[in-house]
Write a protein that binds this ligand. Structure first.
Ligand SMILES: Cc1ncc(COP(=O)(O)O)c(C=O)c1O
Length: 346
């Protein structure tokens, strides 16, 4: 039986071209700055984001942590959304490793944080308070329906940050999904952030890796912090080779994943017993709910798995399905048949 794995876009496997690029990659010791393939990826990534420099790291979590460690000192504060990946799913790393204080404020359903709430959260000068140093945004926003933040919104947050002497870090794990969905150059989304990290290993299908982009001095300091975390890698061109393929070949096709997500969502909306807001389908992430809250979503997950379809349970009655490379329109239709059958049976 074929498996249709919709749990996450992190399950994507490398393309044939990536495997070949990995095989043929020119390599050196990247801790000495001598891996030509990693150097090339970092150059391409910086250019793509419109930043001076870039550094490859092992994961999105490491990209965010290295960025926060580079912006903030111990006892300083990061302002971020209460639904953000950095707050919810990164093992409390900024406080565990950096002694940095997360100050959460409400994310709106579209992934934004209200400017007035950010303004109110920024601390005044008082010996009792941690110093506010950094604002973090997430684009696209994973827990907020894969919504895309506009360049205008990011600019308004950056302006507020600059007025108050703070910096902005953008967790752009899926920033290329945002650029494709909004029809803008990714540079426009990154322009107003002091640092941006993005993942090669999600919709772009690389097996491993993320990249942080920013000013040269910031990236030089990030290189030191990556080393502190044990993230200095040697012949990392093995990873970077796939990353170059990802950036050059896998961005435009994300539109296909967005179309498939919409197709899936429209199908789910028609299935009795399931509920979904079609106004909240922005990119490749589909959240849906059991219409009857008494019905356990876990049972549905098990029944679907028995039919070869994997989705993720993210709450008592809430499920998530993510479209990605390797999932075709036909797979979406098969997944909808399985969902219909599972709901009829239960
Ligand atoms: C928005 C966002 N940021 C960061 C990450 C962390 O990436 P990684 O799993 O590579 O550490 C994820 C992972 O799903 C994510 O969705």
């Amino acid at each position: 039986m074929k498996t249709i794995d919709l749990r996450s876009d992190t399950v994507t496997l490398p393309t044939q071209a990536m495997r070949e690029a990995i095989y043929h990659a020119e390599l050196g010791d990247d801790v000495f700055g001598e891996d030509p393939t990693t150097n090339r990826l970092e150059k391409i990534a910086a250019e793509r984001m419109g930043k001076e420099a870039a550094i490859m790291v092992a994961s999105g979590t490491m990209g965010n942590l290295v960025s926060v460690l580079t912006h903030c000192r111990r006892g300083e504060e990061v302002i971020l959304g209460d639904r953000s990946h950095m707050f919810l799913y990164e093992a409390g790393s900024m406080s565990a490793v950096g002694g940095i204080h997360p100050h959460t404020i409400a994310n709106q359903p579209d992934g934004t944080i209200r400017l007035e709430n950010i303004e109110a959260a920024i601390r005044g000068s008082n010996v009792h308070f941690p110093r506010s140093r950094l604002i973090c945004l997430e684009n696209t926003h994973n827990r907020c329906y894969g919504s895309a933040l506009t360049p205008q919104y990011t600019e308004s947050v950056a302006k507020l940050a600059a007025d108050r002497g703070l910096c902005v870090h953008l967790d752009g794990a899926r920033i290329f999904n945002a650029a494709v969905a909004l029809g803008v150059d990714v540079k426009e989304l990154a322009r107003h952030a002091d640092s941006v990290s993005f993942c090669l290993s999600k919709g772009l299908s690389s097996p491993v890796g993320s990249v942080i982009c920013g000013r040269s001095q910031f990236i030089a300091e990030a290189r030191r912090n990556r080393k502190v975390l044990g993230g200095g890698m040697r012949q990392s061109g093995i990873i970077a080779a796939a990353g170059i393929e990802a950036l050059e070949q896998m961005v435009d096709r994300l539109a296909e994943d967005h179309e498939n997500a919409r197709r899936l969502a429209e199908g789910i909306a028609r299935i009795p017993g399931l509920s979904l807001d079609l106004g909240k389908i922005y990119t490749n992430i589909v959240y849906f709910d059991m219409a009857d809250k008494q019905f356990d979503a876990g049972t549905l997950v098990t029944q679907l798995a028995g039919r070869g379809v994997k989705v993720l349970q993210v709450g008592p009655g809430r499920l998530r399905a993510v479209t990605h490379y390797g999932i075709s329109t036909e797979d979406i239709d098969l997944a909808l048949v399985a969902l219909n059958e599972a709901m009829t049976e239960s």
